[in-house]
Ligand binder design. Structure first.
Ligand SMILES: [Zn+2]
Ligand SMILES: [Zn+2]
Length: 154
């Protein structure tokens, strides 16, 4: 739970920094992505006219299975632009947990790939093209109607 007393806030800004367990996300693990690491957050709360402003960031890492090459990999996601506003509450404990969760959950990657330029698997032999080249592509080109064009020297 991430919360603080608004009474203190009247006297000074509050800096919140800490960790929450992966269950904080309330997102079930899937075949493609699982959460095993703590969520880190760093927030700054201050009084502004009419209310309380909470800004900062939160992030964590995940264990993914690449959608292209099927390898396991470690990825990260974060929201470094969290900005929440609450109307003034007097003498209350302000719980920002749900809003921080919502701001972070939207950053969970939808396309789970190990890296932007992942070459994936050869669709013929299943070889991981990030690790080794195979001859399938070349053989493929020979049969391609464009292979003559590829060899054309201009
Ligand atoms: Zn990959
Ligand atoms: Zn191949």
């Amino acid at each position: 739970m991430i919360s603080f007393s608004t009474d203190i806030l009247k006297k000074q800004d509050i800096y919140l920094e800490g960790e929450e367990p992966p269950a904080f996300l309330e997102v079930e693990d899937s075949e493609m992505i699982s959460f095993k690491d703590n969520i880190h957050y760093k927030l700054h709360a201050s009084m502004v006219s009419g209310g309380v402003l909470v800004k900062g960031g939160a992030g964590t890492s995940y264990d993914g299975v690449c959608g292209r090459c099927l390898e396991n990999f470690k990825g990260e996601f974060e929201n470094s632009d969290i900005c929440l506003f609450y109307e003034e509450l007097f003498g209350a404990e302000l719980d920002v947990t749900e809003d921080v969760r919502a701001a972070l959950v939207v950053e969970i990657p939808i396309n789970c790939i190990c890296r932007d330029n992942c070459s994936g698997l050869c669709h013929i032999c299943g070889n991981n093209l990030n690790k080794n080249k195979c001859n399938c592509q070349e053989a493929d080109n020979v049969d391609s109607p464009w292979s003559k064009l590829n060899n054309l020297k201009l």
